[in-house]
Write a protein that binds this ligand. Structure first.
Ligand code: PLP
Length: 428
């Protein structure tokens, strides 16, 4: 038995499913989850001392690669001054200034401790600001695990929400309308019917929780125009795309400005951090300035601010995002070439340093339905073949992959060699 197998057996005794977040359990690909004990640069190292080129990056935060020496130093320096004060610090203001300088729509920002808190709070704020109850989200988009947002898709322009998690009261879910991603006509129709009840539209500007589906041309622009027409708050959930697809996030990349945005992952540099912010007039509705309550014991935690600030400064250098995107482009081109050589139908998507892999003969992936039509069984086999070859992909066919700036020529060669063997094995 491997150490991971032993540890997983033990873990299941006192942790539900042996994991503290469900996708980690490998249910999407089968087999035993790897237990990691170390990570550096582009690599994660498991409990059996096997090294893997990592394309998960802790689900997005590790854009600099793991254990970046300057990030670790910043955390070490702060460590000497204590872990948490529950009072304001100078670093929080520095962080707020930097986030507002980097992200086009941000005039004010509030720090929280996770992406879930950021989206949950942004929605409460949009409801408080507009005095309306309904929200619109899109099929296949994930915005964390708060009650209002754990509502899955239904078909049709106006679907009464159905809870997709047990424990979400139907009375909550009915306020969440779910529409197809990239379908601006559905949004137009819904807002035409019930726009006066809709507080906000929340959208992943690149959908990264159903693999990786970029916005169709005009989709984000269309949302902006419709929100303006109907007095609806437009929220970009940039927890995944923020500081990744461009320094200023997807809103900078696509040139569409939301009213509010949410962030997580990179903004904490690997520590538990999220934030939300945007237009001053909306943000001033939050306590203590306004009537919308929002708080957190560890919000703006000094260690987390040290890691996040250092990360944001390091990724602000000229050329960082171009390099990240270039590696990703070359890696995906290499995968497509090798799949084609092996006669395996295969497509990829990419926005900057995030990507999707699809076993399909469709040339373009634009919807949740396209994603669901892919060969998930083939992905499972590919995942395990790549793992055997020393490459760690997200253990699910419905998650985006992430590159880091630590990925270079060596990792490219390792990845493509593993892929060549994996595609050849898939043919058999
Ligand atoms: N929003 C998006 C787009 C995400 O991808 C995630 C997590 O993956 C979240 C929100 C929730 O963030 P967290 O897991 O930090 O609560």
């Amino acid at each position: 038995m491997s150490r991971s197998e032993i540890l997983f057996n033990n873990a299941q005794k006192h942790i539900p499913g042996g994991v503290n977040s469900p996708v980690r359990a490998f249910r999407g690909v089968g087999g035993t989850p790897l237990f990691f004990k170390h990570a550096e640069g582009a690599y994660v190292i498991d409990e059996d001392d096997k090294r893997y080129v990592d394309y998960v990056g802790s689900w997005g935060p590790m854009i600099l690669g793991h254990a970046h020496p300057q990030v670790l130093d910043a955390v070490r320096r702060q460590l000497e001054h204590g872990l948490s004060y529950g009072a304001p610090t100078a670093m929080e203001t520095e962080m707020a200034e930097l986030v507002c300088a980097l992200v086009p729509s941000m005039e004010m920002v509030r720090m929280v401790s996770s992406g879930t808190e950021a989206t949950m709070s942004a929605i409460r704020l949009a409801r408080g600001y507009t005095g309306r109850d309904s929200i619109i989200k899109f099929e296949g988009c994930y915005h964390g695990h708060s009650d209002s947002l754990l509502v899955k898709a239904g078909s049709g322009a106006l679907t009464q929400g159905v809870p997709s998690s047990a424990g979400v009261p139907a009375d909550f879910a009915k306020h969440t309308l779910t529409l197809p991603y990239n379908d601006i006509a559905a949004v137009e129709q819904t807002l035409g019917e019930v726009g006066q009840n809709v507080a906000c539209i929340i959208v992943e500007p690149v959908a990264g929780n159903m693999n990786c589906v970029p916005p169709a041309p005009g989709f984000l622009e269309g949302l902006r125009a419709l929100c303006d027409r109907h007095g609806v708050v437009l929220i970009f959930d940039e927890v995944m795309t923020g500081f990744r697809v461009a320094l200023g996030g997807a809103q900078a990349h696509y040139g569409v400005t939301p009213d509010l945005s949410t962030f997580g992952k990179i903004v904490g540099g690997g520590m538990p951090v999220g934030c939300f912010g945007g237009k001053r007039a909306i943000m001033e509705c939050i306590a203590p300035l306004g009537p919308v309550y929002q708080a957190g014991t560890l919000s703006g935690n000094p260690l987390a601010m040290a890691a996040g600030l250092t990360t944001l400064k390091l990724i602000s250098r000229d050329g960082f995002h171009a390099e990240l995107a270039d590696y990703t482009t070359r890696m995906l081109a290499g995968l497509r070439e090798r799949a084609a050589a092996a006669g395996i139908p295969f497509a990829t998507t990419q926005v900057g340093g995030m990507f999707g892999l699809y076993f399909t003969d469709k040339a373009e992936i634009t919807s949740f339905a396209d994603v669901m039509a892919c060969d998930a069984e083939r992905f499972k086999r590919f995942f395990h073949l790549m793992l055997d070859g020393g490459v760690y992909l997200a253990p699910s066919a419905f998650e985006a992959g992430f590159t880091s700036i630590a990925h270079g020529a060596t990792e490219l060669a390792l990845t493509l060699d593993a892929a060549e063997r994996a595609f050849a094995a898939l043919r058999q």
